[in-house]
Unconditional design. Structure first.
Length: 271
């Protein structure tokens, strides 16, 4: 069995899509502030998060299958490299999300207005979106990031503490399931307890995200809508946040093995 198998490629594509969606979710708040419809924007944002979480749940059993196949074929040494490929896919997905942000800010702005016009019917908006005419119109809004976006960032206004927190939370979320699976290799006698620990890790990361990061960005978006803040500042902060997310996926490569060893150590007190 080689390191890059069909299953590794399939799981990598899942992870790539998940991280692209979660990166593009930052575009929703920008779009909401742009069209001054924050509540409708949050509804669209929550829909994207649900899609991302569901995709994450779907790929987890397939990822677990990698460990099972490697164990059955007595090639457990491949798991380390295969998981690092999966973590790399999260970095690629984040980069794709960053590159597509300007395009999706324009598309989400129109989707939020449409959602407001349809009185909150997500299904109706989706039905209208997946038409040939809408796809043709979407291509007209395609644009790549420009260096001019970076000029709008005021380094003095960047909340470096928030940058660091988002980086760490992203790294934990990226390797939560993967470190738990690798911990089952390090401690085969506690396979079930180490694997189930992934839910706890991702839960903690989600709570930290909801308590420490999301409210800060939401307040900034509200300030723009209420003319207490500038859209340029919100854009600069959003670029900073997706950048910290990118570095978080890279830091996950460093955190992966220590995280697995920590899970293996902790679970010995749970059995």
């Amino acid at each position: 069995m080689g390191m890059i198998t069909g299953n590794v490629i399939m799981i990598s594509l899942f992870i790539l899509i998940i991280h692209s969606i979660e990166t593009l979710a930052y575009s929703v708040r920008l779009s909401g502030a742009r069209v001054k419809l924050i509540a409708s924007a949050l509804s669209l944002f929550n829909t994207m998060v649900i899609v991302s979480r569901m995709s994450n749940m779907i790929q987890q059993p397939f990822t677990g299958g990698l460990v099972d196949r490697a164990r059955n074929s007595h090639q457990l040494e491949l798991i380390d490299d295969q998981i690092r490929v999966l973590i790399g896919a999260s970095t690629v997905g984040t980069i794709i999300g960053i590159l597509l942000m300007p395009t999706f800010v324009a598309l989400f702005s129109r989707a939020i207005i449409e959602l407001s016009n349809e009185r909150g019917s997500i299904l109706t908006v989706l039905k209208k979106s997946f038409t040939i005419d809408m796809f043709k119109r979407s291509f007209k809004h395609f644009r790549m990031p420009r260096l001019s976006y970076l000029k709008e960032i005021d380094l003095k206004e960047i909340p470096y503490k928030l940058f660091l927190i988002n980086l760490i939370v992203t790294a934990i979320y990226t390797i939560g399931v993967l470190s738990a699976l690798y911990a089952s290799v390090l401690a085969p006698e506690r396979t079930t307890s180490t694997t189930m620990a992934s839910g706890l890790i991702n839960g903690i990361a989600t709570i930290l995200l909801a308590l420490l990061i999301d409210p800060k960005i939401s307040v900034l978006a509200d300030d723009v809508v209420n003319n207490r803040g500038s859209y340029a500042k919100l854009k600069g902060i959003s670029i900073m946040m997706v950048s910290s997310r990118l570095f978080g996926t890279i830091f996950a490569q460093v955190l992966f093995i220590p995280g697995a060893k920590y899970i293996a150590w902790v679970t010995q007190f749970m059995t």
